[in-house]
Design a protein around this ligand. Sequence first.
Ligand SMILES: Cc1ncc(C[n+]2csc(CCOP(=O)(O)OP(=O)(O)O)c2C)c(N)n1
Length: 300
Amino acid sequence: MRRYTVDAMVAALSSSEHRRLLAVSLRARERVVRAVFRSGSGHVGAALSQCDALVALYERHLRLDPARLDDPARDRFVLSKGHGGLGLAAVLVERGILTQGQLDSFGESASPIGMHMDHRKVAGIEAATGSLGHGLGIAVGMALGARVQRWSSRVYCLLSDGECYEGSTWEAALCASASKLRSLCAIVDRNRLTMDGWTEREVPLEPLADKWKSFGWRVLACDGHDFAALDECFARAKDDGPAVIIAETVKGKGVSFMENKPEWHYGAIDSAKLDEALASLRAQHDAETRALDARERGAS
Ligand SMILES: Cc1ncc(C[n+]2csc(CCOP(=O)(O)OP(=O)(O)O)c2C)c(N)n1
């Protein structure tokens, strides 16, 4: 069984590392929009919203070896919002777990890379998800199992805010705190949109942090597109748990015509829209890099 060095993975986010994450994230988003163009449709808004949290997790904190994905001591990640599968697949390509060739088959009838992915068919997927509200329960079971087996694994689970309407999410949350699952970290992709519209206009979820607290969880919150803040939250989540990171995100993030638009939860892109989307992603990336330059000049 492999031993992972935790500390080496969580050294403070350097300037060059921050820029690397921005570049990984840009490439992952480009892979998503290209796949949606090629296949004819996909959950593009949902994939773009979760992208930075997944990049921060997979590139910095999740301890796994792409060459030994069956290592029992690996950390585990469960994508509870299974419709974000395409977005996860793009991050797995960046991490060297899937290939671009596999991602290119997204949406084809015989492809394992479907709208919702299955752990029996796709390397690096820990659980088949898609029916919302079940991922946290699966993650709780994994964390309990790791404790019984004395594996040092941590378990991460990304939920949509829409899943905070599900009773099963809160049953799992209760079980996690009652079982003192220190190794468990949930991330809520708090983009404030479901398929139907804005959460706070339909059935308000706020104060969401207080709800998690009252269920016995440690609550951390951050801008879900700020790598420095995400990195700090993932590092702090390891101190004690169960911990939840409420990541404030923008649905469709990076493609300006998709941002905060419920209609881009799932959609199709023609070649003109693809060009527009790619230009928008590049422009946002360049603006973020310039903002980082300016912050660093200000600090020196
Ligand atoms: C149990 C269940 N009910 C309904 C759906 C259909 N569905 C797919 S995505 C979605 C909601 C999307 O909003 P949210 O959960 O907040 O995810 P986001 O894409 O905004 O991150 C729904 C209702 C489902 N997959 N599972």
